[in-house]
Design a binder for this molecule. Structure first.
Ligand code: FCB
Length: 487
């Protein structure tokens, strides 16, 4: 065993686990990998070489003091220059489905005209992906808000919804022919509450009312963009991506059960219910009281487009156990349980018996609640494990058994949901490379990649988890071809 690789017996165990997983997946079940533009591209390269706009993250990372070591997305993993290598990497790992984002700050100039150099960059990336037989799932907003729009108020302004729709229109008009599916937003909970209320993400603000306005404008943008895209490219399946954090009551008391309801409404239903039913959750509105803005009923009609979406993308990292708290604006507090297993960022990954079962339960709840309102198909668009690499004691850098276990466990939960009748058709691992992890910057514990990136040279080296997916993808491809020959 050397510093980089596990010994052979480890590999054998991993092969068995990949085989066990491959056997459970139907042939048409999608296995993919994802990332987002700002986390990989290297903003300073796109700014210099294609004159793209700065995102709001650039200044925030430098000046807010809330980003690990003030790390910026300036260099990220230099996808800007290494795009061919990365496409070949995806291909060599046997992935046939890839999710990434088309950055608003790159594709549009400040005057909302098309940035031709950026457009050509995406065209060459997409052409190579398609040429290698890889299907493209493109997100239109993965937090790449142009700095000048942020300076005018960002998502607190209603006009931002309209401005975003211009980006959506141009992206699908110019690049739609390469896209297999388009996702409008990534995690509106994060772009509103995590950014304007909890202040963990850019722009780092702390006002609940503003945050509720931001959430409303994001939902409005999503509704208007759905109509726009369906008009411009009627054949392109439109979806959107939400993060879920299922909440569970600490005790079975009425108070704690109500706390779980409030937490589920805060994270999940505040975004799903308007999309599918055209209303905001009542209990949470009451909890917010005067802090909750009054929303225009006509807006709610524009927002309720759930039944027009081909796909609901679900990102899942963790669940929550909560108890009632009367002093808190949200009405509940998370509870840390003894023996809670966390990833190296402290996110709970297994509080027996809840997690990773939380993913299955979350998918089941959504199906039960929203299928009659038009939720027809889900994809798990993100799920992944953060760790510094050598995550088991004394293990080599590229040996990441906890990540393998994480993906395997969660995939089996997804299959249990599917076998129980939940329409979930695929699973995308987050993420291809150790990239820029927002407020965690390049913190060693925040490496989510299947492929290790050397922070100095930016050299890529597949970890054991990448080999695990390669094995899984290979076994499935072989089965499809054998069955094809037999038919
Ligand atoms: C999600 C984001 C993604 C990545 C993962 C770890 O919330 O969508 O960009 O940062 O978390």
């Amino acid at each position: 065993m050397d510093k980089w690789h596990a010994d052979k017996s480890e590999n054998l165990i991993h092969n068995v686990s990949a085989l066990r997983t491959a056997e459970r997946l139907p042939n048409d079940f999608i296995i993919g990998v994802g990332d987002s533009d700002l986390q990989v591209v290297g903003e300073k390269f796109s700014r210099k070489e294609e004159d793209s706009q700065a995102t709001m993250w650039r200044q925030y990372a430098r000046e807010s003091g809330r980003v690990y070591r003030n790390d910026t997305p300036d260099r990220a993993v230099d996808r800007f220059h290494r795009w061919e290598e990365d496409v070949d990497l995806i291909t060599s790992l046997g992935f046939k489905h890839y999710r990434t984002s088309v950055s608003w700050s790159r594709l549009l100039n400040k005057d909302q005209s098309v940035n031709q150099d950026a457009l050509e960059w995406y065209q060459k990336l997409f052409r190579r992906l398609r040429g290698n037989g890889i299907r493209i799932y493109a997100t239109l907003y993965h937090w790449e808000l142009p700095a000048h729009i942020h300076e005018e108020g960002g998502w607190k302004n209603r006009s931002t919804a309209q401005a975003f729709c211009e980006h959506a229109r141009i992206a699908v008009t110019e690049l739609g022919e390469w896209m297999d599916e388009v996702f409008i937003l990534n995690e509106p909970w994060c772009s509103s509450h995590n950014s304007y209320f909890l202040g963990h993400h850019a722009p780092g603000e702390g006002n609940l009312r503003d945050s509720l306005l931001a959430a409303h404008h994001l939902l409005l943008a999503q509704g208007i963009a759905t109509a726009t895209i369906r008009e411009v490219v009627p054949d392109l399946p439109v979806g959107t991506v939400y993060n879920i954090e299922p909440a569970f009551a600490y005790t079975e008391t009425d108070d704690d059960r109500f706390a779980a309801q409030l937490a589920n409404e805060f994270f999940n239903d505040w975004f799903f219910q308007p999309l599918y039913e055209g209303t905001y959750p009542e209990a949470l509105r009451e909890q917010y009281g005067a802090k909750c803005p009054v929303f225009d009923p006509e807006d709610m009609e524009m927002i309720r487009v759930g039944d027009q979406l081909a796909t609901m993308g679900i990102n899942y990292y963790q669940s929550k156990v909560v108890r009632r708290c009367f002093e808190n604006a949200l009405g509940y507090l998370p509870v840390r349980l003894p023996h809670e297993e966390t990833n190296e960022l402290g996110w709970s990954v297994s509080v027996p018996p809840i997690y990773p079962e939380g993913l299955r339960i979350g998918l089941e709840r959504l199906h039960q609640r929203y299928s009659e309102h038009g939720l027809t198909r889900m994809l798990v668009t993100e799920n992944g494990y953060a760790g510094s690499g050598n995550d088991a004691p004394n293990s080599p850098v590229l040996d990441d058994p906890l990540r393998i276990q994480f993906h395997e466990n969660h995939l089996h939960q997804v299959m249990s949901a599917r076998e129980g009748g939940v329409p979930v058709d695929g699973y995308f691992a987050w993420t291809l490379l150790d990239n820029y992890e927002w407020a965690e910057g390049y913190r060693p514990e925040a490496r989510f990649g299947l492929v290790h990136v050397d922070r100095d040279t930016l050299d890529r080296a597949p970890k054991a988890s990448a080999e695990w997916f390669k094995g899984l993808n290979g076994m499935r491809a072989e089965r499809v071809s054998t069955e094809g020959q037999a038919a």
